[in-house]
Design a protein around this ligand. Sequence first.
Ligand code: SF4
Length: 245
Amino acid sequence: MTTLTKIPAATIRKAEGRKAAPANAPARVSARANTLRINEIFFSLQGESSRVGLPTVFVRLTGCPLRCGYCDTAYAFHDGKTRLIEDVIDEVAQYQTKTICVTGGEPLAQKNCLNLLNRLCDLDYSVSLETSGAIDISEVDRRVSRIVDIKTPGSGEVDKNRWENLPLLTPDDEIKFVITSEADYRWAVALVNEKKLAKSAPVLFSPAFNEVRVEQLAAWILRDRLNVRMQVQLHKIIWGEKRGV
Ligand code: SF4
């Protein structure tokens, strides 16, 4: 299973517009620290989390080691271009918006994502990170709001949950469950109660698109007096299942 996106040296050189160094050239800092494989950058309304509705610049990174059954961004598994982080920063700045969401795929599958997050925070952007919950979040800049999934059995990837991430969460982060069925719902509720997740960070419950009716999930949450926030994907309500929104 892929864990890191490998970038060929020739591709990095092309992104930097430079030729291969001669064999006897002195050692230099690797350009790999400055590049990322980017699937798309676009401007839209945030569709999820407590930031829902805010005009946001999205930076979608290529690659994900998971294969959730409900995934709506499979086009990000492989498609993308290798770009310098400073180029990404320049493009983000053109939107003149302070709210940024770094997403994927699984953005943390590329180690240099940590550098991008750090640079964005240094530039005073308000940054959120959407991550699968399968990869260590301990090195993510603490100025970033981490939106961490917990994969349910219905996702097909429950075995990938990295439980060591949970004690690292703070009230600035959020925990997200995508619910695919009533069995998933019951599993998620048991976990929220057992681990007292709502005391760590706000908990979000989302219905899997076209798998659980929004009215049904709302009824379950109200019936059980759950201390969670139900959310729907605002961008799909506005624009449908489109890319780049
Ligand atoms: S973690 Fe996200 S991007 Fe990866 S397969 Fe699951 S839903 Fe898709």
